[in-house]
Write a protein that binds this ligand. Structure first.
Ligand code: XMP
Length: 514
């Protein structure tokens, strides 16, 4: 394991991902963790992340210098670099000379473990106020910038390395190479961590956890629950039952994908609950977005728990486990660290006995989204499921502005299917994070089609580019593709006579319309 010590901000997750891209397993620990606890994890290397503070600020996170004396290779980046410099007797000054953004770096190559084979002049991403003016004793300065005399240093004998910049971001042109040099050359690690390993490890862990009991998994049609279910299926086979609630708010073909393709690829036992009527009835007459969300959430839980109850009553071993597709970013963000799942999920709604407790099985807890996709591929899941873009739990229910009815859902499904088909055909699925297609059911406008005037509804296209859905920008997609989608939707979907493009970033707009 490589430990990534998190000094705040969002850098640690990115570093952990980059380490894994180098096929070395990594884990994030908070900088507040005592150093002996970190060392007790027996790390093969440690990376100190950047952070928002200045090393001289009151309350800035510190680190016991014992971490540099344990014989474990350490790589400090940005804040981690400055902390290393100060701890080991170097000089860091608050010069007022700030560097921010893309910066030219001059490498002084001689004897450099990190920079070997990279150009003398390269572009790196800087973000700092303080600057290192003298490296600690025993360290060689390996790079500088116009502003910072010591932008990188190393002590090969002690296996300590540091750079002032952020090698983990793509703007640092040789960042990944330098990180790999640290891992392979500095720390002597081999690139052996693969999705195949993850699958094997997780299968063993799931078997051990579940034993001869049974488990239930709710499938949503999304990537995470599908991959989690496929992994658990591989581990315990018929001891797993999956539940899919068909609320009638899915897009065209999605329910069939779960019912047919997913089952064919995994052999999973699937219980499909057709609850379309129930959801439509509950949503009748409702147009307020929050009310819709609440109704959909409430009905979903009721239907799911009813299905659970039925499974519990079947003959067979006790059902003790609930499978969930929790990912590593959720674990890190909730401060959960690396412990195994021991959270109890209480279910006392919908007629379940009060004393039923499920233990969670969360086989994706160590993984980032892109790794989940690779595991899905490894498990032989169809691309349509593994490469699926995010889709909200309340489904098309929150993409109809106005009341949700069967007719409107069918109409939106057609328009959405056309947009998705054309976006895929144009090769835009990766560039576009997701593209909600929204029906403005309460808006009508005048049009002319064929021989007559029409008075139909507009469809909104909302293509966005994003890294994590927290912020987003509207995607500047080719006019020809927009034109094709517009022509096809207005020709093929009755009642729709206008297609409009949402060119709003987030903020101020959210990605969804409701
Ligand atoms: P917004 O609209 O808040 O959406 O910018 C951010 C991301 O979250 C998705 N989304 C949801 N996902 N349940 C979900 O599982 C929901 O209720 C929900 N609402 C929004 C949305 O598609 C986007 O990716």
């Amino acid at each position: 394991t490589v430990l990534v010590v998190d000094f705040g901000a969002q850098y640690a997750q990115l570093i952990a991902r980059r380490v894994r891209e180098a096929r070395v397993y990594s884990e994030i620990v908070p900088s507040s963790m005592p150093v002996d606890e970190m060392l007790a994890k027996n790390p093969k290397a440690i990376i100190l992340s950047g952070g928002p503070s200045s090393v001289y600020e009151a309350g800035a996170p510190q680190l016991d210098r014992a971490i540099f004396e344990a014989g474990v290779p350490v790589f400090g980046m940005c804040y981690g670099f400055q902390l290393m410099a100060v701890s080991l007797g170097g000089q860091v000054d608050n010069t007022g000379a700030r560097e921010y953004g893309r910066t030219p770096l001059a490498v002084s190559k001689a004897g450099s473990t990190l920079f070997e084979g990279t150009p003398e002049n390269q572009s790196v991403w800087m973000s700092h106020g303080d600057a290192c003016s003298a490296a600690p004793e025993g360290f060689t300065v390996t790079a500088s910038t116009n502003v910072v005399p010591v932008a990188a240093f190393e002590n090969d004998e002690k296996k300590l390395y540091g750079v002032q910049y952020h090698p983990e971001v793509m703007h640092s042109t040789h960042g990944q190479q330098i990180l790999e040099h640290f891992l392979y050359r500095g720390a002597g690690l081999a690139p052996t961590w693969t999705t195949g390993n993850i699958v094997e490890e997780q299968i063993a862990a799931i078997r051990e956890q579940v034993g001869d009991k049974r488990a239930i998994c709710g499938l949503s049609g999304g990537v995470d629950s599908a991959v989690a279910a496929a992994l658990v299926q591989k581990a315990i086979g018929s001891q797993l039952t999956c539940v899919y609630v068909d609320h009638g708010l899915m897009r065209k073909g999605e329910t069939e994908q779960v019912e047919k393709d997913f089952v064919a690829a995994t052999g999973v036992q699937l219980k499909v609950v057709d609850a379309q009527e129930r959801f439509l009835t509950a949503l009748a007459g409702v147009s307020d977005p929050e009310t819709k969300r609440k109704i959909i959430g409430r009905e979903f839980i009721r239907v799911f728990e009813q299905a659970q109850l039925e499974i519990l009553q079947e003959d067979g071993p006790a059902v003790a486990f609930l499978v969930q597709g929790t990912l590593y970013p959720d674990v890190v963000e909730s401060g959960g660290g690396t412990g195994t799942a021991n959270i109890k999920s209480h279910h006392n709604v919908g007629g379940l006995p009060d004393d039923i407790e499920f233990e969670l099985v969360e086989p994706l807890r160590q993984l980032f989204k892109d790794e989940v996709r690779m595991v899905g591929q490894e498990l032989g899941l169809p691309d349509e499921i593994v490469q699926r873009q995010p889709f909200p739990g309340p489904g098309l229910g929150i993409r109809i502005v106005g009341e949700v009815t069967k007719e409107r859902l069918d109409l939106l499904r057609e328009a959405d299917a056309i947009a998705r088909h054309e976006l895929t055909a144009a090769g835009l699925d990766r560039e576009i994070w997701q593209c909600p297609v929204v029906l403005l059911a309460d808006v009508r406008s005048v049009g002319v089609q064929g021989d007559g005037r029409t008075y139909g509804h507009p469809i909104v296209l909302r293509p966005v580019s994003s890294e994590d859905a927290m912020t987003a920008d509207w995607t500047r997609m080719p006019y020809e593709v927009l034109a094709r989608i517009s022509t096809r939707i207005t020709n093929e979907v009755p009642e729709v006579n206008r297609v409009v493009l949402d060119c709003t970033s987030k903020p101020p707009g959210t990605i969804e319309w409701e």
